[in-house]
Design a protein around this ligand. Sequence first.
Ligand code: TMP
Length: 231
Amino acid sequence: MRLMKNIKEQLLHTSRACKEMQSINAKFITLEGSEGAGKSTALSTITAQLDAWQVPYIVTREPGGEANAEQIRSLLLHSDHLAAKTELLLMFAARNEHVVKVIRPALAAGTWVVSDRFVDASYAYQGLGRGLDWKTIEFLEELVVGGTKPDLTLLLEVDPQTGLNRAADRSQKDRIEQEDAAFFENICRGYQLRAKAEPNRIKSINANLSIAEVKQQIIAQMDGFKELLLS
Ligand code: TMP
């Protein structure tokens, strides 16, 4: 009898929390990490949480997430060679299509957005990886992203060599994945700089651990984010 009462109370509590979440403005969540950090598993953990909260959402990615941006993605990942500045400009060209045609309309319609990578990747890959000027990236961010900043970013931090070992199992590597270990070490440093600069938004996840432990950390960060929204 008491068990039934507890279950009933639990259900009531959950349904109240879901209603409260649905009344909150749609949020923008991004996922970041270097090669082999385990983004696919992390993505499904994030969406499982959103399902539990019963909020409407879309899952998208960068570069890409929109028809023109996907064409730019092909160019970015499969061209023989691209000058570093061309790479940066193409990332932001794709991002502009994505922000204008997908992200802003979804948020305006009350749909949450989960993006597999966003602007932090440009600081890590083009900034630290390619050695391009941080200020130029800030200028492009202001131009293209403006106020459409993520509310929460989960950063999967993996030891560069562990990540590269995991990624080595993949059959076909794209142009960026073919870079050397030093490049990926710089990318990890780039992400760390971003996380240090914006600790309230960027939450670091230790992605060297087992899949179950990584999932647990993501769920804890999502729960913390939810509490913040409801407070
Ligand atoms: P993915 O492997 O996560 O699909 O991403 C494609 C590649 O694009 C990945 O190597 C990271 C890279 N990238 C950048 O270099 N700069 C960016 O701004 C973004 C969004 C991705």
